[in-house]
Ligand binder design. Sequence first.
Ligand code: DGL
Length: 248
Amino acid sequence: MRVGVFDSGVGGLSVLKSLYEANLFEEIIYYGDTARVPYGVKDKETIVKFCLEALEFFKTFKIDMLIIACNTASAYALEALRTRADFPIYGVIEAGVRATCKNLKDKDKEILVIATKATINSKQYQIGLKKEGFTRVKALATGLFVPMVEEGIFEGEFLKSAFLHYFKDVKSPDALILACTHFPLLSKALSEFFGSKTRLIHSGEAIVEFLKENSRLKLLDKRANLRFYASSDVKTLEKTAKLWLNLS
Ligand code: DGL
């Protein structure tokens, strides 16, 4: 099986890491729209247009399935993409909602969704979680974390200031949905900040679970062959991939 993984830039490598380590595919083609990142501050029309262009790129490969690693793109473009492709396309939001259901049995537990402005404004997570019966869902746009992660800031005083900026009035939730590709890289710092009561929901792990349950993928005994493409500066993308995926 050959899968395409699309993201607005390098962030989707956090989802790629989970897919790679799950040994579900023979080949993974990653494409990051690094020339036009970030998507999280753009409007719906622009996001959909960029995603449809990416779809045309993926159509030049014979992929069996496409995964939209980017939460912002998943929030706005999934429907438009699905009507124009003859292979299955999965976003990360439904998977994230399902993973939350598995982790929180009590529907009155408190959930905090953190994401880009666009993802929060789309209300896709909020609607999905309410549909599942969750009654206490809060959502917060924490866009500053995106450039911080890209700068390699995963700990320290600067990050702590950003946490205080966004979370000064926030009580530790029972589940924290990391609804942005970059945020899993802050998992350790976020866990330390909110404490052990807070479960973190990671898009990459969620999509792997989702695929295991909802597709007929078989477990392979070796890692996938990886191919990287970007709309700008593929070398930096490859360097980041080596770092995040621990590739030699
Ligand atoms: N990949 C985006 C997301 O998961 C974050 C970066 C961006 O704004 O494009 O929402």
